[in-house]
Design a binder for this molecule. Structure first.
Ligand SMILES: NC(=O)C1=CN([C@@H]2O[C@H](COP(=O)(O)OP(=O)(O)OC[C@H]3O[C@@H](n4cnc5c(N)ncnc54)[C@H](O)[C@@H]3O)[C@@H](O)[C@H]2O)C=CC1
Ligand SMILES: O=P(O)(O)OC[C@H]1O[C@](O)(CO)[C@@H](O)[C@@H]1O
Length: 379
């Protein structure tokens, strides 16, 4: 049986990527620091993926096991020796932390075999696999780096499936029925059910990140400010739906200009995603979707990049500016990054945050518009 190693046995790991490998006939070894999850995977050897829809539908996932990378590094290195794929869904900020162990696994592997290994980071970040690759290379000597050539391949990817926070007492995962996994490769690679291969990922990941993730973030931050707890509850407010749609028209204008997307098709894509967000069976919290606002306000992420790109292209960005202002007001006490932003605002004002986190100068038109809207929110 073919083997795959997947870092991150969380929502996307169990509910999406690991499940697709299992369905494709692979044994999936999950690597995670969550001891309870690892123990359950080894005891139960399977779990259920439940679709969030009116008609009950459940998919049984088998052939899975787990390794704790904090306590069993050698077992992870051994699993990497046997694998055809190595994937991650761990959060972009964690990639540098797992790279040294992956590097050790790869060094041992390329010294012993020419068998090909395909590495794919499945994270919400442009070029996540390139970033992981660089961290891995930083942990290898020159000779080993040369040995990777023709043996270890790195492919960027875009992952799209809404998987909310789960009941932690079980391995089962509730997921939305829709999913899309796009992988950039020109290689003839072993088939995995549900993996779509493309020669150029840029239009796919930007369309996804600046529609699905921008839209979701706008709902989360406006919902939080309006005192809502879930995404579907927030979308019962027609004013917020309008704000989401107008924001996605702004990102859409940039995407259409940059990638020559068809206007009618793109508007249908926006509408389809707004309907996805309304799925009440997901019961998805605004604080989950708004989590990690420092990452989400990064220069290349879902709010800032479309705004800077729109500005460069002479396109409107006022609704994006409003969403950025709302993100700056996300003060959820349990979110470390949100708390850090609030501290920075107290010290340097919203302008300081936009400069340090988003790379926007204090006198930029985007900063001025965001600050104006920030003050309007404050009343
Ligand atoms: N949940 C969703 O709807 C979607 C999430 N994504 C992306 O997928 C990635 C994972 O997200 P989720 O699955 O939602 O997060 P999650 O929090 O459910 O899963 C992450 C897992 O990584 C583990 N982990 C953390 N640090 C670790 C370390 N040092 N070593 C090993 N394991 C470690 C955690 O214990 C957890 O099980 C993120 O990049 C996210 O942006 C992408 C599309 C949809
Ligand atoms: O907030 P993160 O960590 O970027 O990832 C979760 C996001 O990805 C999505 O699943 C969209 O693919 C949304 O649920 C959510 O907005």
């Amino acid at each position: 049986m073919r083997q795959t190693v997947h870092f991150g046995a969380g929502n996307i790991g169990r509910g999406f990527i690991g499940a697709l490998f299992s369905e494709s006939g692979y044994h999936v070894t999950f690597v995670d620091v969550a001891e309870q999850v690892i123990n359950k995977l080894n005891e139960e050897k399977g779990y259920q993926v439940k679709l969030a829809q009116s008609q009950e539908e459940t998919i049984s996932i088998g052939n899975v096991s787990g390794i704790n990378n904090m306590t069993h590094e050698d077992d992870v290195i051994e699993a990497i020796q046997q694998a055809t794929y190595l994937t991650t869904a761990i959060g972009p900020n964690i990639l540098p932390r797992i790279a040294p162990l992956i590097a050790r696994g790869l060094a041992k592997r390329v010294a012993a075999t020419d068998d090909k290994l395909y590495v794919i980071a499945c994270e919400n970040q442009i070029g996540a696999t390139d970033i992981l690759k660089q961290h891995i290379l930083d942990n290898l000597d020159e000779e080993t780096k040369n040995q990777l050539e023709g043996k270890v391949y790195f492919f960027n990817s875009a992952v799209d499936r809404i998987v909310p926070i789960q009941d932690q007492s079980s391995l089962d995962v509730l997921v939305e029925p829709y999913y899309e996994w796009v992988v950039e490769t020109a290689e003839d690679i072993p088939q995995v059910t549900g993996m779509k291969m493309v020669a150029d990922l840029a239009p796919f990941i930007e369309r996804k990140l600046f529609t699905v993730n921008t839209g979701h973030a706008v709902i989360a931050y406006l919902g939080y400010l309006a005192g809502k707890s879930t995404i579907d509850e927030t979308l019962a407010d027609e004013e917020i739906v309008t704000q989401v749609r107008e924001t996605l028209k702004e990102t859409g204008a940039y995407l259409m200009k940059e990638y020559g997307l068809d206007e009618e098709e793109h508007l249908a894509y926006i509408n389809k995603n707004i309907e996805r967000f309304k799925n009440a069976y997901l019961n998805d919290g605004v604080t989950r979707v708004g989590r990690a606002p420092i990452r989400k306000l990064g220069p290349e992420d879902r709010l800032i990049r479309p705004a800077t790109q729109a500005q460069k292209a002479g396109l409107p960005y006022t609704h994006l500016a409003k969403a950025i202002a709302a993100a700056l007001l996300f003060d959820h006490p349990e979110d470390e990054e949100a708390m850090k932003i609030q501290e920075m605002i107290r010290e340097t004002g919203p302008e300081g945050v936009l400069k340090t986190i988003s790379g926007l100068s204090e006198d930029s038109d985007i900063t001025k518009e965001v600050v104006r809207q920030y003050k309007t929110f404050q009343g």
